[in-house]
Design a protein around this ligand. Structure first.
Ligand code: ATP
Ligand code: MG
Length: 571
């Protein structure tokens, strides 16, 4: 393909709107353009990368025995009401009415639609197991779309759903998908880990996330270098009674004035206590009502754990107004003493004793607040976020916390959706049984973006060969020179004949411009055809990733470059 005929609008300047490197470079390399917040057009170079990710996914899903389907993007509300998610999915679900005033939504995920299909088409155990997947555009009205394709509102996802006769079969399907995911991300050339994860709004009993390790990742992973344990910090179990500062329980409850002292730093400095002796109280708004959660002053409350504890579908920090109403005090002075909403205590507070807590009145705290003496405890639970240095939940060795980008997520759903939608089959005895399900997602655009986060330098993208939009870029320096053109066309034909993808930068531009764009685009191998090289009968070949340069006789260049590429492809 010829650069001059392609829409590859590269940019010299850093786009101001982009924060992370993958977003910047996708814009600068002319891969994507923004239409509206979180909604992007894929330009030729970007689309080629997306299609490569999709191809790897298809090959591995098919290899694992999954069958490709394509489900509708527009979904009727009835199905979502049947599953109960119409009310619980919240504002991420884009809802609208059709001309008959029927409620619809744009699919953020497809459990309902696929379960409806399967309950209609599958009757017998003989039709199971079944694994159906699609690669399709999803819509989620994300509260904070950002980082380009990483967190879009409209984005391409591969989603697969498995249907089994029993738990053992479902585990087998889960394992097969897990293995397929490992192969997919390996083939994409990514450095990743599979970690235990929280099941989120999809629900279900068990899940793993595939995380690409990168500083810009929105997720945090607790990892143990000793036993290999890894989990999303949302999920990782945090130790009780770790690193405790005991204060004793003898002191009487004492009201102290703390004018304008709201934050833990302000309160501890003012009262001269350690954050370990303070309980901070957070009020969460859940679909099961308001709850208060106390964690140690130096710990962080974990909404995902709060959600699981109270069995809620949605949990968020309560608004200032709700906090004021529940506690009778402005934000910053909430505390467990005298509260009428349930108060849950994080196990990290075990063994501390008398706590400094908010007094539920402006500008005041209590000292020596003792659980079960001065306030009622609805329950003790692990409600905090694990942090670096906390003991590993498996082996006790201090964990490290790393940043990661969630590119894939697999869930064991059990019978959650088959029960809600009555997806049953008849077993070999003619008895009606629930189908056991699993679901498995991969963010296609996010995977491409994650590849850039991991593979770039100051000059641009460094695509792993399996994802590169083109495998070789031919760079003729004097495009009007006859000998240069003949050599370029000869090389192009010979490389393409070997099944390798070539981009020819045939633009009549200064060499500097062409070199810069080739680096920015991240094509793995660059072959320069210049007057000097031609006179000497050599092509100058440069590897994008290592910057290694090779002078190869012109007659051998096509063979050399093709072999280099093919060896680095993955199958
Ligand atoms: P996140 O926690 O990042 O919001 P999620 O748990 O909501 O992700 P899933 O519902 O498991 O995501 O979706 C499957 C995959 O789809 C994710 O692993 C991710 O790769 C991708 N994905 C999810 N939301 C987005 C988005 N807004 N933009 C791009 N890709 C996304
Ligand atoms: Mg999400």
């Amino acid at each position: 393909m010829n650069f001059s005929r392609l829409l590859i609008p590269t940019l010299k300047e850093e786009p101001a709107e982009a924060e992370v490197v993958s977003h910047k470079l996708m814009l600068r390399a002319g891969c994507i353009r923004k239409l509206a917040a979180g909604i992007y057009s894929y330009l030729p170079a970007g689309l080629r990368v997306i299609q490569k990710v999709e191809r790897i996914i298809r090959e591995e899903m098919n290899r694992a025995g999954a069958q490709e389907v394509l489900l509708p993007a527009v979904q009727p509300a009835e199905l979502w009401k049947e599953s109960g998610r119409w009310d619980f999915y919240g504002p991420e679900l884009l809802r609208f009415k059709d001309r008959h005033a029927r409620d619809c939504c744009l699919g953020p995920t497809h459990e309902e639609v696929i379960t409806d299909l399967v309950r209609r088409e599958v009757q017998s155990y003989r039709q199971l197991p079944l694994n159906l997947y699609q690669i399709q555009t999803k819509f989620r009205d994300e509260i904070r779309p950002r980082f380009g394709l990483m967190r879009g509102r409209e984005f391409i996802m591969k989603d697969a759903y498995s249907f089994d006769a029993d738990e053992a079969g479902a585990e087998e399907s889960y394992r097969a998908m897990r293995d397929a995911y490992v192969r997919i991300f390996e083939r994409c050339g990514l450095e990743f880990v599979a970690v235990e994860a929280d099941s989120g709004t999809i629900g279900g009993s068990f899940s793993h996330e595939f995380m690409v390790l990168a500083e810009s990742g929105e997720d945090a992973i607790a990892a143990c270098r000793s036993c290999g344990y890894g989990a999303n910090t949302e999920k990782a179990e945090a130790a009780a009674g770790h690193d405790v500062f005991p204060t004793g329980t003898e002191g009487a409850l004492e009201l102290v004035a703390t004018p304008e002292k709201r934050s833990i730093e302000e309160v501890t400095a003012f009262l001269g206590v350690t954050p370990k002796a303070v309980a901070k109280t957070l009020v969460f708004d859940t679909d099961k009502g308001l709850v208060a959660v106390c964690v140690r002053g130096d710990h962080e409350a974990n909404p995902a754990k709060v959600k699981n504890l109270v069995g809620a579908n949605a949990v968020e920090l309560a608004s200032e107004a709700a906090v004021a109403q529940a506690t009778g005090a402005p934000v910053g002075f909430a505390g467990p003493v005298g509260l009428t909403i349930p108060v849950y205590l994080d196990r990290g507070l075990e063994g501390v004793g008398g706590l400094v807590v908010g007094a539920n009145q402006a500008d005041a705290h209590y000292r020596n607040a003792v659980a079960d003496r001065d306030f009622t405890v609805a329950g003790w639970a692990d409600l905090r976020v694990i942090r670096e240095g906390d003991p590993c939940p498996r082996c006790g060795v201090p964990v490290v916390v790393k940043r990661g980008i969630e590119v894939g997520h697999i869930f064991k759903l059990g019978t959650k959706y088959s029960e809600a939608l009555q997806a049953t089959y008849l077993d070999d005895q003619g008895r009606e049984q629930m189908i056991v399900m699993g679901c498995y997602g991969i963010g296609v655009g996010r995977t491409a973006a994650a590849a850039i986060e991991q593979n770039h330098d100051a000059d641009g993208i460094v695509w792993p060969v399996p994802l590169a939009p083109w495998e070789v870029v031919l760079l003729p320096l004097q495009v009007k020179d006859e000998a240069t053109r003949t050599a370029t066309e000869g090389l192009r034909a010979a490389i393409e004949a070997r099944g390798v993808e070539v981009l020819v930068d045939d633009r009549d531009e200064r060499p500097g411009v062409k070199f810069k764009d080739a680096d920015l685009l991240g094509v793995p191998l660059r072959i320069t055809i210049g007057a000097k090289g031609l006179a000497a009968g050599v092509a100058e070949i440069k590897e994008r990733a290592t910057r290694a340069e090779h002078r190869i006789p012109l007659g051998e260049a096509a063979e050399w470059a093709s072999r280099w590429v093919v060896e680095r492809r993955t199958r």
